[in-house]
Design a protein around this ligand. Structure first.
Ligand SMILES: Cc1cc2nc3c(=O)[nH]c(=O)nc-3n(C[C@H](O)[C@H](O)[C@H](O)COP(=O)(O)O)c2cc1C
Length: 333
C-alpha cells in the first residue's frame, strides 16, 4: 500500500485552504479591541496569507467586516471569534457577510462550529492543550492553531510550543495545524514544520507593522523590550493569564512572578458578568491609571493617549526581543 510521507499528508491537509484562495499557510493572529483591524487583515490576505480581523464591539463589527472585504480585494480572510466576548450579533454578521474563515479562541465552541459549518465557514480553533485539541477534533474542527506558552496576549495552556506541537500533530494528519508562539521568521517556521505544523501564526510580528492599529508608543515599547511577564493584572471581566511587556501598572501591582494580590484577582473575577454587557471599546481604557487597580484587557490602540502605555496591557510574545523593526505585513508574509 502507498504510504504518504508526513510532508505529503500536511500538504494534502492544506488543499481546502488553497481552494479558498489562500496561497501561503501564514496566518496573522486576530488581535481584538482594534489592534488587528481591516488594514492589517487585508494586507496579510492580499499578500497571500490569512489575515484575521480581531473582534471589535458589536456596534462597529459589520462595518469593519465590510471594510476588510473591500480592502482585501476579493482575497479570503478570517475573523477572530474570541468566545468570551462573542455575541450572536457578531456571528450573524459573519454569516451575512459570507466570511470564508473564522478562528475561535477560549471556550467550548461546539455549537458555534456546527452553526458556522452550515454556512460553509472554514473554522479554526486556537488550543493550548492536548485535551482541548481532542475536544475540537471531536467537534469537527477544520484547522487547529496550537498556541505555546511563549505566545503574546492571553495564554491558554502552560506547555511551550516545542513540547505541545508534536503531541497535537500526532492526533491528526488530515487537517491543517498552525503553530503560534514566537514564530516570527522563515527559520522559526521551518522549525515548527519539523515539529509537525503545516502552517504558522503570529500576533506580535504582525503587530509591529505599519498596518496594525497598535498605538505608536506601544510599538516603541515592544521594539525596545527584552522581557515579558505572565500575569492576570489586565483581567477586569476576563481574569485569565496573559503575557505582556512590563509597565508602570505591572511594576506597581504584580509580584516578581507576575501574580497579583488575591483581592485584585477576586475583583477581576467578580466582573466577569460585564463582558457581554459593557461595550468592547478602546475608549473605556482611557480612564485607567497605573495607580488605580482597575485594568481592562483593552490594549493601547492609535486613538488612545500615548501615556496609556503605562496603564494598559502591552501584550507581546516572550520572544519580542528578537523583533527590532517595523516591517510591512507583505514583507513578513
Ligand atoms: C496584542 C495581541 C493581542 C491578541 N489578541 C488575541 C485575540 O483577540 N484573540 C485571539 O484569538 N488571540 C489573541 N492573541 C494571541 C494570538 O492568537 C497568538 O496566540 C499569539 O500572538 C502567538 O504568539 P506571538 O505573539 O509570539 O506570535 C493576541 C496576541 C497579541 C500579541
Amino acid at each position: 500500500m502507498h504510504q504518504q510521507s508526513d510532508g505529503g499528508r500536511r500538504k494534502a491537509a492544506l488543499r481546502k485552504l488553497e481552494s479558498l484562495g489562500v496561497q501561503y499557510p501564514i496566518m496573522q493572529a486576530g488581535m481584538g479591541g482594534g489592534i488587528a483591524g481591516p488594514t492589517l487583515a487585508a494586507a496579510v490576505s492580499a499578500a497571500g496569507g490569512i489575515g484575521t480581523l480581531g473582534l471589535q464591539d458589536v456596534s462597529t463589527w459589520e462595518k469593519v467586516l465590510e471594510q476588510t472585504k473591500i480592502q482585501a480585494g476579493g482575497r479570503p480572510f478570517s475573523v477572530n471569534l474570541l468566545l468570551p466576548y462573542t455575541r450572536s450579533r457578531h456571528i450573524d454578521a459573519v454569516i451575512r457577510q459570507n466570511i470564508p474563515m473564522a478562528t475561535l479562541f477560549w471556550g467550548d465552541g461546539r455549537p458555534l462550529i456546527q452553526q458556522l459549518h452550515r454556512y460553509e465557514v472554514f473554522v479554526f480553533k486556537q488550543v493550548g492543550s492536548k485535551s482541548e485539541a481532542e475536544q475540537a477534533l471531536d467537534a469537527g474542527i477544520d484547522g487547529l492553531i496550537v498556541q505555546g506558552f511563549e505566545a503574546g496576549g492571553h495564554v491558554r495552556g502552560n506547555q511551550r510550543l516545542n513540547a505541545i506541537l508534536p503531541e497535537i500533530a500526532e492526533l491528526t494528519s488530515t487537517i491543517p495545524i498552525f503553530a503560534a508562539g514566537g514564530v516570527y521568521t522563515a527559520q522559526d517556521a521551518r522549525r515548527a514544520i519539523s515539529l509537525g505544523a503545516s502552517g504558522v501564526c503570529t500576533g506580535t510580528r504582525f503587530l509591529l507593522t505599519p498596518e496594525s492599529d497598535a498605538h505608536e508608543a506601544y510599538r516603541q515599547r515592544l521594539l525596545a523590550a527584552d522581557e515579558t511577564i505572565v500575569t492576570r493584572l489586565f483581567g477586569l471581566g476576563w481574569p485569565e493569564a496573559h503575557r505582556v511587556v512590563p509597565n508602570k501598572a505591572t511594576q506597581k501591582w504584580c509580584r516578581k512572578d507576575g501574580t497579583i494580590p488575591t483581592w485584585l484577582q477576586a475583583l477581576n473575577s467578580a466582573m466577569t458578568f460585564t463582558r457581554k454587557i459593557v461595550p468592547m471599546k478602546a475608549s473605556l481604557a482611557a480612564t485607567q491609571r497605573p495607580g488605580l487597580p482597575i485594568f481592562s484587557p483593552i490594549a493601547p490602540v492609535r486613538e488612545l493617549p500615548a501615556e496609556l502605555v503605562e496603564a494598559t496591557a502591552l501584550y507581546a510574545g516572550e520572544h519580542v526581543g528578537r523583533i527590532r523593526d517595523i516591517v510591512p505585513a507583505r514583507v513578513i508574509v
